[in-house]
Design a protein around this ligand. Structure first.
Ligand SMILES: NC(=O)c1ccc[n+]([C@@H]2O[C@H](COP(=O)([O-])OP(=O)(O)OC[C@H]3O[C@@H](n4cnc5c(N)ncnc54)[C@H](O)[C@@H]3O)[C@@H](O)[C@H]2O)c1
Length: 428
């Protein structure tokens, strides 16, 4: 099968191998067993149908966790299609199961070219969505650049990741955003857990699966001490690495120093490092002068959203030869004999070389997504065309549902404490 030719119930889809559907379904069910909050929302959405007949297009990593979000939205009555939000993160068996067993047309093939990637984004928009779900703002961006006629019928959208929210805020600042978008990334129950513990664990998983190298006793540099960087540093430290942090923001640099890590410019860190990961959302963080100074054998990877953090074209230019010792490793030999090992082509290492975040953490991110999609369906008329925070009651509800699922109870304020905390009159 090639091109967007395959048809399901009269609708197009484009996936790698439909025969993988049963394997994909087993994997989706396995993930669901770790997603109690989504399971409870699935029951609620089945009864209440908050999305009855609403057309939804999602541009998300096609993973088993995303498949469970799709199940919840469909249980709520949505008419949904999906495309990938990264050419290397698609799980082809999950894509097949979504088509065959969940009834969602999917446009995603692992390893697709950039051209096919954007063709798939266009195909997802041909669904004429009323609500868009983005991870990196590619749907929003394509609608505003090339499909402006859709602006008349889109009620709103959601955005999953930091980089997408940065892009959307830039659009809103210029008055260019044509519909309201909820920044799911900014919910406490998203970035404090998904970005930190999810990326922390899964990026290390990517390093290990790609290289099977020992991390203990090695020098491991993390560029960017935001939520993701903190998670990766914490987990690499736990495995016995000697951590260096590089930053451009003084508060974050100070925080890293007081968390017990060495902080220095990247140009110095690369001379010492066995591993360097960029996770900043910024461009060309690892560049020519870093490659020129890098220690022989250094393993480099990106865990930020776009594949621009490492200047791979320059590395390619500098190399006298390259080879692929393992599927997710490309080794570049420089003219002085030094080797630099790039993981997963400089794309998100946790999704391209491993399986992305564990389901238990995506349970919270995607519960926010599901509740925000329902919120848009019922409140879109009141929402201004700008970037909105996740409503506080949704964020808190997700935290409470997760705590309940984990069997954790917490204290509640007494009336006396409520009065005390709300007043300024009482002192010592
Ligand atoms: N891999 C994943 O699965 C995953 C998950 C969530 C978010 N992300 C992506 O990871 C990136 C970071 O997300 P975050 O939530 O940690 O963002 P954040 O804003 O919390 O942190 C980014 C940090 O990078 C620093 N920074 C920027 N430019 C830098 C440079 N040149 N050198 C060193 N530090 C620099 C900033 O000062 C900031 O502290 C984004 O692209 C986001 O979309 C990836």
């Amino acid at each position: 099968m090639s091109g967007i030719l395959a048809i399901m119930n009269g609708r197009d889809f484009d996936i790698t191998d439909p025969s993988l559907a049963d394997q994909g379904l087993r994997r989706i069910d396995w993930a669901l067993s770790e997603m109690p909050v989504l399971r409870s929302l699935m029951e609620r959405f089945t009864k209440e149908k908050p999305l009855d007949g609403v057309r939804v297009s999602g541009c998300l990593h096609i993973t088993s966790e995303t498949a469970n979000l799709a199940r919840v939205l469909i249980a709520g009555g949505a008419d949904m299609v999906l495309c990938a939000s990264n050419p290397l993160s698609t799980q082809d068996d999950v894509a097949a199961a979504l088509v065959e067993h969940v009834g969602v047309p999917v446009f995603a093939r692992r390893g697709e070219s950039t051209e096919v990637y954007y063709r798939h984004v266009v195909a997802a928009l041909d669904h004429k969505p009323q609500i868009t779900l983005d991870d990196g703002a590619d749907l929003v961006s394509e609608v505003h650049k090339n499909r402006r006629e859709l602006l008349d019928t889109i009620m709103g959208g959601t955005e999953e990741t930091t980089t997408g929210v940065v892009r959307l805020r830039a659009m809103a600042r210029e008055g260019a955003l044509g519909y309201p978008v909820i920044a799911v990334n900014d919910a406490n129950t998203k970035h404090l857990f998904d970005n930190r513990y999810g990326t922390g664990q899964s990026a290390i998983d990517g390093f290990l699966r790609a290289t099977n190298f020992l991390i203990a006793g090695r020098v491991f540099t993390v560029a960017g001490y935001g939520w993701c960087g903190k998670g990766i540093a914490m987990r690499a430290h736990g495995l016995g690495a000697n951590i260096i942090i590089t930053e451009v923001e003084p508060f974050k640099a100070l925080e890293a120093a007081m968390d017990g890590f060495r902080v220095m410019p990247l140009a110095e860190a690369v001379r010492l490092s066995d591993f360097v990961v960029a996770v900043t959302g910024d461009k060309h963080v690892i560049d020519r002068h870093h490659f020129e100074a890098m220690k022989d054998g250094c393993v480099i990877a990106n865990s930020g959203h776009f594949d621009v953090e490492i200047n791979v074209p320059v590395l390619r230019e500098m190399a006298v030869s390259t080879h692929r010792p393992r599927p997710s490793v490309e080794e570049f030999r420089l003219s002085d004999g030094r080797r630099i090992r790039l993981l997963a082509e400089g794309r998100l290492v946790n999704l391209a070389a491993a399986e992305g975040h564990p389901a238990a953490v995506m349970d919270m991110s995607f519960a926010n997504q599901a509740l925000c999609v329902a919120h848009i369906a019922s409140h879109h008329a009141e929402l201004e065309k700008t970037v909105h925070p996740v409503p506080g009651e949704i964020d808190e509800e997700v935290a409470r549902l997760k705590l309940a699922a984990m069997g954790i109870e917490i204290d509640t304020l007494t009336p006396e404490q409520e009065t005390y905390l709300a007043s300024w009159r009482e002192g010592t």
